[in-house]
Design a protein around this ligand. Structure first.
Ligand code: UDP
Length: 538
């Protein structure tokens, strides 16, 4: 079955002439392959060679023009996972004149976003690696609007969560396999290649054990803008004042089970005096789950990809992540990192089963479901005796898989105890109001005046004006930090002050040049920028 590309008619002869005459034009952002996204006009793809093709002509442009560094190791990452060697993008080059000898190009009239999905069968990967990065890549380039078309080049079939990818644009996303049905040589009129990594918060442990990314650049606000968009596309209304408060237990039905789920639900309902409901990906539609989670007071779940759904929790809600025996919660923190992103406003609680009696292992299952029967006897014994999986790299560590796929009988008193250490009263979502924290601007008109008393004493009177933005803000506490540094010294004397002027006399020497640094601080921890340094001579 051939795929309808678009209702938009294009003038085929004009398009072909433009391709032959102008060739391919590429301008990219980013200095390295890991932060690069490229915009192309007339980028082509040979479905036979399974290669992208760049056509040179008199008008073609290639920026950056890297020469052979384009292969060291690649022009860019096609997925949002950093520098993964199975996710590289490159093209082969040809002179536009070669088009004469090639199959007739088929033009793609839609603006295209070309990327790789990383692991479309795993919900955490779907949201973290694909949906959020695609959404914000589309936000970055104004012609990637709802009429743009997504092209997934990783080579997987649709996968179980394909409906989610469809929400990102009004056009059906196309997969690599489907391109063959469109023609032998496809030419994208306008396309963007690559994904923004700006929203990702976790690295999966390909080069060092997994953990939060070193430099997280996303806050709860951007996450919520994304979930708001997704909910609109799913036709889910944001209920501002839902009457009843409730707890959601997100269960897994195939593996990593909670063995005493009924008991757990009763205990939670009783302890928090709230309705408690269970959902699972197998038994509920995605929209129903989103609808329920978006109004929940607490989400309780075994560690696992389904916990990425805490994206949809209302502010103020609590996430309780349950870890099987021998799995240290500190070593596996994708959902903790999500819940504790700045401005996410979720409370995060981890509980771990520490009782061997309460775990059920499956040594005889296949290796990818945590079986260890294929290992030698000594190694099997070591794993079974071990009380904690040591830190490891992704993705096939048998000890990790063995422990990750255990079932757990949750020790209810122990779980309630850890939840109660954080949740003192009734857990409840907060009113959905914006509460971003704003930073002060620079202090203004800083001045200093020195006075010398005798040969050994001096004073420095320093004054400044409030930051410009303060007059429009209600700020609980405004303080100023002043550093006084003698010129040429690398130490300084710091002061925290409440007023806009101060006379310094301690350790101030006559006939000396001081550098004075001043910045404003809102509410103890919102540090503003330093104003231009003030040079003061006594
Ligand atoms: N999954 C599920 N129920 C189960 C087991 C798995 O819904 O009983 C889902 C899970 O949420 C994820 C995918 O299947 O989206 C793959 O699960 P896996 O255990 O491989 O990954 P993990 O959850 O550990 O990231």
């Amino acid at each position: 079955q051939s795929q309808e590309l678009s209702q938009v008619q294009i003038d085929y002869h004009a398009a072909l002439q433009a391709l032959v005459e102008d060739g391919t034009r590429m301008v990219c952002t980013g200095r390295m392959h890991t932060d690069r996204i490229c915009r192309f006009e007339s980028l082509c793809y040979s479905t036979e060679a399974e290669e992208f093709v760049y056509f040179h002509s008199n008008s073609s442009v290639m920026l950056p023009n890297l020469g052979s560094r384009r292969f060291q190791p690649a022009l860019l990452d096609l997925s949002s996972v950093e520098d993964h060697n199975t996710q590289y993008f490159n093209f082969v080059e040809l002179p536009a004149a070669a088009l004469k000898f090639m199959p007739k190009p088929v033009f793609v009239p839609d603006v295209a976003l070309i990327a790789n999905r990383f692991n479309p069968d795993n919900l955490m990967h779907v949201f973290h690696d694909d949906l959020l990065p695609i959404y914000y890549t589309m936000q970055q380039f104004s012609d990637l609007d709802l009429e743009a078309r997504l092209f997934f080049m990783e080579g997987w079939s649709e996968g179980v969560h394909f409906d989610l990818y469809k929400l990102l644009s009004n056009k059906q996303p196309l997969l690599r396999e489907q391109l063959k049905t469109l023609g032998r040589l496809l030419c994208f009129t306008k396309s963007y290649v690559g994904l923004s990594k700006i929203t990702t918060w976790y690295q999966y442990g390909f080069v060092q054990p997994q953990g939060p990314k070193a430099n997280i650049l996303v806050s709860g606000n951007e996450i919520r803008q994304f979930t708001k968009f997704m909910m609109q596309r799913l036709n889910i209304s944001l209920e501002e004042s839902s009457s009843e408060e409730y707890i959601v237990v997100f269960s897994r039905t195939i593996n990593r089970l909670i063995l005493n789920e009924a008991e757990l639900i009763l205990a939670l309902a009783q302890e928090f005096q709230m309705k408690t409901i269970t959902v699972s990906l197998e038994e509920h539609s995605f929209s129903d789950i989103v609808q329920l989670i978006s109004n929940a007071s607490m989400l309780v779940s075994m560690h696992g990809a389904q916990l990425v759904m805490s994206l949809f929790l209302p502010r103020g809600a609590t996430v309780v992540e349950l870890f099987p025996y021998a799995i240290n919660p500190e070593h596996y923190t994708p959902y903790k990192t999500l819940a504790t992103l700045p401005g996410m406003d979720l409370q995060y609680i981890a509980w771990q089963n520490t009782d061997r009696e309460d775990t059920v292992t499956y040594p005889d299952r296949p290796w990818d479901q945590g079986g260890i029967a294929h290992l030698d006897k000594a190694e099997q014994e070591r794993i079974i005796k071990s009380t904690e999986v040591p830190r490891h790299l992704c993705c096939r560590n048998p000890e990790w898989l063995f422990r990750a796929y255990q079932d757990t009988k949750v020790n209810i008193p122990s779980l309630i105890h850890v939840i109660r250490q954080t949740v003192k009263s009734k857990p409840r979502p907060k009113k959905q109001k914006w509460s971003g924290s704003l930073y002060p601007g620079k202090v203004r008109d800083a001045k200093c005046q020195a006075s010398v008393q005798g040969t050994s004493e001096a004073k420095l009177a320093v004054s400044w004006q409030i930051p410009w933005n303060l007059k429009y803000l209600k700020v609980r506490e405004v303080k100023y930090e002043v550093w006084i540094q003698e010129q040429g010294e690398n130490t300084y004397m710091p002061y925290i002050l409440s007023h806009q002027n101060h006379t310094f006399s301690e350790n101030i020497k006559p006939f000396t040049i001081y550098l004075v640094w001043i910045r404003c601080i809102f509410n103890k921890n919102l540090l503003g920028p330093f104003a231009d340094v003030l040079l003061c001579s006594t």
